[in-house]
Design a protein around this ligand. Structure first.
Ligand code: SAH
Ligand code: SF4
Length: 356
C-alpha cells in the first residue's frame, strides 16, 4: 500500500498541488490550513466544510499524524521541554522559553548532528537522519496546542535545537514558509531565525530562498581556534563564511542583520585578545553578537567563562561599537539550555566508534 501523505508540513504551494492532483478547487488549501493551524483540527472528520466525499478520500490517502510526546518537563523558570519520539528509537527535543514580552520556541531540524562541534551535546550524540518538514512543524503544533490552551503563545521560533538546519534545507524552508504564512502561524520574518554553524553554499541559497533571520555560530575569531571548536570551519573557513554573510545581508528587499553567536568557554576563546580580534572581524558588518555562557553536559571537559570575564569581553565589543548581549541561561534544571539537547540518537555516523 502506498504510504499516506502527511499534510502537516506542506506549505501552501505544495498543498495547492496536492489538491490540484485530486481534481479539487484551489480554495481547499486555505480551508484545510485553517482547520489545521487555526482550529487545531487533528483529523479530517471534524472538517465539516469539506464534502463528505473529499473527507473520505483524504482518510484513505492522507494523514495529519503528529509524533508521540514521550515527556513534557517544566523547569522552575517556566521553560518547557518536550521529548518527542520519531521511531527507530530516535528522540528529539523542543524547548519553549517564556520571557516578559515574548515566547520563543527552539526547534530541532535533525536527529543528532554530524558536525561534531566539540562543545555541543547534540554533536556528541552523532547523527541519524534529517527530519521531514511534518516532523519539524509538528514540534511547533505540539507546543502551540498546549500553550494556546494555557492562554500563552509562541511569538518567536528559532532553529537552535538539535541539528544543523542548513544541512536539511528543503524541509527547513518548507517549515519557514508555514511559520510566515498567515494561513498557518503568520509570524514576521524577524521572529523566525535559522541558526547555522556555517554551511557556506547553503547560506547563499538561504539568502535567496527565504526572508527569515539568520544567526551564525561563530565561537572563535580566527581559523586556528574555530577549526577546533567548529570542525566544519576546516571546509568553509572564516573568510568564506563572512563573504556568505555579506551576500545574505545584501540580498533581499528589506534591511537585514546577522546575529553572531559566541559560546563563552573558560580559557579557550574568552580572552581580551579574542574579543579584540572578534571586534575587528565584525567591523562594518551589520551584526549583533550574542555571548552564550557555555552550558556543561556530562561528556565535556570545557568550563563556563567567569561572569567577570564575560562582562569584560562584552565591554570590549561595546567600545568597538558592536551591539552585544549576553544570553541568560534558561531551563537548566530540565537540561533544556542551549547545547544541552541530547535526545536519543541512533548514531549512524559511526563517530562514537571512531572517537574511542
Ligand atoms: N546547528 C546550529 C543550530 C543548533 S545549535 C548551530 O550550530 O548554529 C544552537 C546554538 O547553541 C549554537 O549557537 C550552538 O553553538 C550553541 N551551543 C551548542 N552547544 C552549546 C553549549 N554546550 N553551551 C552553550 N551553547 C551551545
Ligand atoms: Fe551541530 Fe550546531 Fe551542535 Fe555544532 S553546535 S554539533 S552544528 S548542533
Amino acid at each position: 500500500m502506498l504510504e499516506k501523505q502527511n499534510l502537516l508540513g506542506l506549505p501552501q504551494s505544495k498543498l495547492n498541488k496536492f489538491f490540484e492532483d485530486l481534481g479539487e478547487k484551489p480554495y481547499r488549501t486555505k480551508q484545510i490550513m485553517q482547520w489545521i493551524y487555526h482550529q487545531g483540527a487533528s483529523n479530517f472528520d471534524e472538517m465539516h466544510n469539506l464534502s463528505k466525499d473529499l473527507r473520505q478520500k483524504l482518510l484513505t490517502i492522507a494523514t495529519l499524524e503528529l509524533p508521540n510526546v514521550v515527556t513534557q518537563n517544566h523547569a522552575s523558570d517556566g521553560v518547557i521541554k518536550w521529548v518527542i519520539e520519531l521511531g527507530e528509537n530516535n528522540h528529539i527535543e523542543t524547548v519553549y522559553i517564556p520571557e516578559k514580552d515574548r515566547g520563543t520556541l527552539c526547534i530541532s531540524s535533525q536527529v543528532g548532528c554530524a558536525l561534531a562541534c566539540t562543545f555541543c551535546s547534540t554533536g556528541f550524540q552523532g547523527f541519524n537522519r534529517n527530519l521531514k518538514s511534518h516532523e519539524i512543524i509538528a514540534q511547533v503544533l505540539i507546543a502551540h496546542n498546549y500553550l494556546v490552551a494555557k492562554g500563552k503563545r509562541i511569538s518567536n521560533v528559532v532553529f537552535m535545537g538539535m541539528g544543523e538546519p542548513m544541512l536539511n534545507e528543503g524541509a527547513v524552508y518548507d517549515t519557514c514558509d508555514l511559520l510566515l504564512d498567515d494561513w498557518a502561524f503568520g509570524l514576521s520574518r524577524r521572529r523566525v531565525t535559522i541558526s547555522s554553524s556555517g554551511v557556506v553554499p547553503a547560506l547563499y541559497r538561504m539568502a535567496d530562498t527565504t526572508s527569515v533571520s539568520l544567526a551564525i555560530s561563530l565561537h572563535a575569531p580566527d581559523d586556528e581556534l574555530r577549526d577546533v571548536l567548529v570542525p566544519i570551519n576546516k571546509k568553509y573557513p572564516i573568510k568564506q563564511l563572512m563573504e556568505a554573510c555579506q551576500y545574505y545581508l545584501d540580498a533581499g528587499t528589506q534591511e537585514r542583520h546577522i546575529l553572531f553567536e559566541y559560546v563563552m568557554l573558560d580559557g579557550v576563546n574568552d580572552s581580551e585578545v579574542h574579543a579584540r580580534k572578534l571586534a575587528k572581524l565584525l567591523q562594518g558588518v551589520s551584526a549583533k553578537v550574542n555571548l552564550i555562557p557555555f552550558n556543561p553536559f556530562p561528556e565535556t571537559q570545557y568550563k563556563t567563562s567567569k561572569a567577570v570575564t564575560i562582562n569584560q569581553f562584552q565591554d570590549i565589543l561595546f567600545k568597538s561599537g558592536i551591539r552585544t548581549t549576553t544570553r541568560r541561561t534558561r531551563g537548566e534544571d530540565v537540561d533544556a539550555a542551549c547545547g544541552q539537547l541530547a535526545g536519543k540518537v541512533q548514531d549512524k555516523s559511526r563517530r562514537n566508534v571512531r572517537r574511542h
